[in-house]
Ligand binder design. Structure first.
Ligand SMILES: [Zn+2]
Length: 313
């Protein structure tokens, strides 16, 4: 495995970390082993050494037809249908901001971009999947750009709201990504980040079987505390953290637990046994008990950019 840079913590720059475990790609089974470490200075969890971007490509499925057909079908879906899924995200953003310029980083199937456009927002997106970028640009008439955020060259102060739904944990340097976000947002811009919560008790309980480590695609796993610290470095102040655990996480946690501790392998989501259904039901009951509590496995962080006293950047 090619190591391209010295292993320093992206958040604090520290080089002392402890090994938590060596993991592998359990979702797609692509060969490779990845040490997960915890920074002894700030507590950030990350893969070190970090696979180089050109190597990471093979851990992402090349042709995601499901994604393409979802994007192609967007125009045929009613706003009511989309609102059931995406309405809560839009409405939470509306608490902070009137419709304006919004950028979605890592837009996936483009549904959030399309929904926000239909809701009166002036939207743009960036994603590394070239084919999706073309689809969204041509079919949905949205300013979509290919590559990493830094390669999109958006103007200074261009956006009022920036969203990352399950994206920050995938980027090479969250610190650089947030710094670029700070450059392309105006004063009092809203930054919304959905990511996993490494402070959830399951992280400690399940260890390598915690689905959320999702190696090697998740290069980082954050807690609300170290995420707030990361954002503060670029003048974003966290105003709210909303916690939840998606049902999918319960299903995948059970699948991984079963595989590694009982040696049984079957698709819990598409071909569940009776025991699987009961186990997922139990995990889901717990999920509902801790809803809105910081024990949940995922969080959405709302942060507002501080106003500079001199009015400049
Ligand atoms: Zn650190």
């Amino acid at each position: 495995m090619g190591v391209t840079e010295p292993v320093r913590c992206d958040l604090c720059g520290g080089s002392h970390h402890e090994l938590m475990f060596v993991g592998s790609d359990r979702l797609f089974g692509v060969p490779g082993s990845f040490p997960l470490v915890r920074c002894q200075d700030c507590g950030l969890n990350f893969i070190a050494p970090r696979p180089a971007p050109e190597e990471l490509g093979r851990y992402y499925p090349q042709e995601d037809y499901d994604l393409y057909s979802k994007a192609a079908g967007l125009k045929g879906r009613s706003m009511d249908e989309l609102a059931r899924l995406l309405g809560p995200r839009r409405d939470r953003i509306a608490v902070y901001k009137q419709p304006g310029r919004l950028l979605d980083i890592g837009f996936g199937d483009g549904s959030f971009l399309y929904f926000m456009k239909q809701s009166g927002w002036d939207v743009a997106g960036v994603d590394f999947n070239q084919k999706m970028v073309e689809l969204v640009r041509e079919d949905l008439d949205i300013d979509a750009r290919a590559g990493q955020l830094e390669e999109a060259h958006f103007d200074d102060g261009a956006f009022d709201v920036i969203t990352l739904w399950g994206v920050l944990e995938h980027v090479q340097s969250p610190r650089q990504t947030v710094a670029e976000i700070a450059r392309i947002t105006g004063e009092q811009a809203l930054l919304v980040i959905y990511t996993q919560n490494a402070a959830a008790p399951e992280a400690r309980l399940l260890g390598r079987d915690w689905f959320i480590y999702e190696m090697p695609r998740h290069l980082y796993s954050f807690t609300a505390t170290n995420l707030a610290r990361l954002l503060a470095r670029s003048d974003f102040c966290v105003s709210e953290v909303v916690y939840e655990t998606p049902l999918y996480y319960c299903q995948m946690n059970w699948q991984y637990l079963k595989e590694s501790r009982l040696g049984r392998r079957n698709d819990v989501i598409h071909a569940p046994t009776l025991a699987d259904r009961l186990a997922v039901k139990g995990l889901s009951l717990y999920r509902n008990m801790i809803k809105n509590c910081k024990w949940s496995s995922a969080m959405t962080v709302y942060a507002v950019k501080r106003q500079k006293p001199d009015g400049g950047r």
